[in-house]
Write a new protein. Structure first.
Length: 254
């Protein structure tokens, strides 16, 4: 009789514990990392039962939203400056900060032979538009602009530049052929699901000609007591997450 009376209680207690452990996380994520973190998020849910919801955009705009009270638990930026600024403004947990990936810039074109002739094509300027992310709000745009300045072509090409709000918009300009070529994230062209995959050519910019795109993340003050948010940040350092990050064309800091 004791067994019969205890079992329902045990089942209810287990169900309550399981339900309590499963939680929802909201994350603001730089647009370049969309596909990568969506796959990591799916794996995270499979492994933990937690749910994670993403909001994508330029790092600068996401930071502005956080400053204005947007309900994000996590912030994954395309640079180090924005998450560090969140810490300085008391909006994020200082010891949660880490660099989760390093972005790689490429010049991509669906029609021009940039793989072996990128610099010659840029110098000749025989194209109508060259897309890039907005250098004022998007780190990939900042570094694309720096590259052009370092090779002495920014002034010559400035009238041909088309700025997308984010790296995602810059990429769309090229794949829709509104721009003949563009500076995009390597992750956008190596993804087998990408419209750029096996469609056109890309050239990886020499790393010494632009600053490292260290992509930093933090837990916001809103998320500091959310166990699922803490768990996801830990999960980002797991072998499964690292494999996904590398597969999408990102480097990891040494």
């Amino acid at each position: 009789m004791k067994i019969k009376t205890l079992l329902p209680g045990l089942v209810l207690a287990f169900a309550a514990t399981t339900s309590a452990k499963a939680a929802t996380v909201t994350a603001a994520v730089a647009a370049n990392f969309t596909k990568t973190i969506e796959e990591i998020g799916q794996a995270f849910t499979e492994d933990t039962g937690h749910t994670i919801r993403f909001s994508f955009g330029p790092s600068g705009k996401l930071f502005a939203q956080i400053r204005n009270g947007a309900p994000f638990d996590l912030f994954f930026s395309a640079n180090e400056a924005a998450p560090k600024a969140a810490i300085e403004h008391g909006l994020a947990v200082e010891d949660s900060y880490f660099v989760y990936s390093q972005g790689v810039l490429v010049l991509y074109s669906p029609t021009l032979p940039v793989a072996n002739n990128a610099m010659a094509i840029l110098k000749q300027g025989d194209f109508r538009f060259l897309s890039m992310a907005n250098p004022r709000t998007a780190p990939y745009g900042t570094e694309a602009e720096r590259f052009l300045q370092n090779v002495g072509l920014h002034q010559a090409l400035r009238r041909k530049l088309v700025n997308g709000e984010s790296i995602a918009h810059a990429f769309q300009y090229v794949v829709t052929k509104n721009a003949q070529l563009g500076f995009v994230a390597k992750s956008q062209v190596v993804d087998p699901a990408s419209p750029a995959y096996n469609n056109g050519e890309y050239w990886e910019l020499p790393a010494e000609l632009y600053n490292p795109i260290n992509q930093g993340a933090v837990i916001t003050k809103r998320g500091e007591k959310n166990e699922a948010a803490i768990a996801f940040m830990d999960y980002m350092k797991s072998p499964r997450a690292i494999e996904i990050i590398k597969r999408y064309g990102y480097n990891l800091p040494e």
